[in-house]
Design a protein around this ligand. Sequence first.
Ligand code: MG
Length: 257
Amino acid sequence: MIQVKNAGELAKMRRACAISAAALKAGGAAIEAGITTAELDSIIYDFIVRHGARPNFLHLHGFPGTACISVNDTVIHGIPKKDIHIRPGDIVSIDTGCKLDGFNGDNACTYACGKVDKEAQRLMDVTKESLHCGIAAALAGSRVGDISAAVQAYVEENGFTVVRDFVGHGVGRELHEAPEVPNFGRAGHGPRLVPGMTIAIEPMVNQGRPEVKTLSDGWTVKTVDGKLAAHFEHTVAITARGPEVLTAGWEDPAWTL
Ligand code: MG
């Protein structure tokens, strides 16, 4: 069942999402050649706890990190590790969030370590813009399929592919709620968007084929062809005045908590 949030609940969502965005930003700012994904994870953990919130990815279904940190051909759910060192030219997707006062935030961004090659940069730019296309379609009265179709069209127009096996989702008291928000689909289909719905829109975009595989650790999701993947995500509230991006902070270099 889709949970519609009232004004008081939305205010709590805003606070959880602001800390989630600032934690993501802190992780992104710490990326440098040689740092391990475990070190990035502990920076994000410390940030969240210091701000009085609780890491909501940690221990969810047994996940061992505060953030999923996915490098290059890892699409999502990369487990932070002491032996994964970031190298110059890597692209690093960080997906993290926190719970505060009973409500969750969720967001993700793919960062470059130093200068990356032109196609890697274009993959990141297109994925980020596809998120914005999805957000622009998140209008009260429209349907989830309008978001899905907007993301898919922009990605495929630009020669990349969307992952089918994992999707966005409602977010609120639970990190993952109804409805599913796929990055592919048909405009005019799916659940109706109504004010007070809060959803995580999260394009996962591959440079090559859309197929992914999960490694034997049960978490790490990689592209089957070994090509790069990018992942951007915002938590968005549907309002009568248009979409409100609750995790907007990480996109604005001047923004602080
Ligand atoms: Mg999510």
